[in-house]
Ligand binder design. Structure first.
Ligand SMILES: Cc1ncc(COP(=O)(O)O)c(C=O)c1O
Length: 370
């Protein structure tokens, strides 16, 4: 956050800052979705909705799972939330008591451990690396599980690494956790943004017991609308409804009406072409970063981030990012924002910016490094 503040200061002083620290698509919300949001206001759809979310939207989400992945989910198991963040908060409130812990990867999305600490529960961070595809594995679960561990949280594709879990990985994780009477939370917020032929399987294809988090933020380009959803087992629906009612009353009525248009053919084809643009950017960026000496072990399979080891001989990541910003006006994120394990030797570079910006950033980095 301090880097972002400094980047904005430099921009205010007239410097042309290239923002590769960003965690949101540069594209606007697709036009059919925005138009539906405006229509919702004009139609007066500005009142509270069901705590669980608009039934029509929940049904559309079910249809989406059926159409895109052949997965049958009943709408009664879906909760529309204020982004994935609202969903993760609800699940933390539901599932964790003080002193419980949850296994999650280091590096990983930092807010998750803060959700836990808000409830006096704890994140048990598990160091992962390119060797285990930056994801939890049954043997890591075996190694780290304690008698106060209640489950695991995985993200596929993950932030900051873009690493994707295969169907076999998900099955193995579920088996390992079920044996220990725990639960799996699968954060699938980047699921539409996958650049491998086999896509990224949803945890719902493995078991109805999985707690799945998703969002309209990234693939659907609706970060500021604050809308997401979770899919939960039948057994927790009642308790979760009480929590949702008490904590949020309901998600935004306008955003929900807008999101209904996110599943229209027009919107989907816009989103698919943006996905293709992200893939081109990734394919452009990664070889060039490698040629500058950054170590990117695998082509990231999803999301819009590259998690790279700094070139040999570089300063610590925080120092590197500060200097790159001050001297070349390129903003990237130090690994220390995402955890502790070798974090100070890594940076996250976002390609939620166009190819021209990426090209210029590479040239500025080349001159910085030389
Ligand atoms: C892995 C992951 N999960 C959850 C979120 C929260 O997203 P939102 O609340 O906008 O849906 C983010 C945001 O960057 C993320 O990267």
């Amino acid at each position: 956050m301090s880097l972002l503040a400094r980047a904005n200061e430099l921009a205010d002083d007239g410097h042309r800052v290239i923002h590769l620290e960003v965690g949101e698509p540069d594209f606007e919300t697709p036009e059919p979705i925005a138009a539906a949001g405006i229509q919702a206001i004009n139609d007066g759809a500005t009142k509270y909705t069901d705590a669980q979310g608009d039934p029509e939207l929940r049904q559309s989400i079910c249809d989406f799972y059926r159409k895109t992945a052949g997965i049958e989910v009943d709408a009664s198991r879906i909760f529309v939330t204020a982004g994935a963040s609202g969903g993760l908060l609800l699940l933390t409130a539901l599932l964790l008591n003080p002193d419980d812990n949850l296994l999650m990867t280091d590096p990983g999305y930092p807010c998750n451990r803060h959700f836990l600490s808000s409830f006096n529960a704890e994140a048990l961070l598990v160091a992962v690396s390119a060797e285990n595809n930056y994801q939890l594995t049954p043997s890591l679960i075996e190694q780290y599980w304690t008698n106060t561990t209640r489950g695991i949280l995985v993200a596929s594709p993950a932030n900051p690494t873009g690493a994707v879990l295969s169907q076999a990985d998900l099955v193995a994780l579920q088996d390992s956790v079920t044996t220990r009477e725990g639960f799996v939370i699968a954060d699938e917020i980047y699921q539409g943004l996958v650049y491998q032929d086999q896509g990224a399987p949803s945890a719902l294809s493995v078991s109805d017991d999985m707690l799945v988090v998703n969002s309209f933020s990234k693939f659907f380009g609706m970060t500021g609308w604050r809308l997401g959803w979770i899919v939960v087992p039948d057994s927790v629906v009642l308790e979760l409804t009480k929590l949702a009612q008490n904590l949020f009353i309901c998600p935004s009525s306008i955003a929900q009406r807008a999101a209904l248009a996110a599943f229209s053919d027009d919107a989907v084809s816009i989103m698919q072409s943006r996905r293709d643009a992200f893939q081109k950017r990734r394919d452009f960026l990664v070889p060039r970063l490698r040629s500058l000496g950054f170590d990117v072990s695998e082509m990231p399979a999803g999301a819009f981030y590259v998690y790279a080891r700094l070139p040999d001989g570089s300063a610590s990541a925080e120092h590197f990012c500060q200097r790159l910003l001050e001297e070349k006006y390129v903003a990237i994120t130090p690994g220390t924002d995402f955890g502790f394990h070798e974090a100070d030797q890594h940076v996250r570079i976002s390609y939620a910016r166009g190819i021209n910006a990426l090209e210029e950033a590479i040239e500025r980095m080349r001159s910085f490094l030389s």
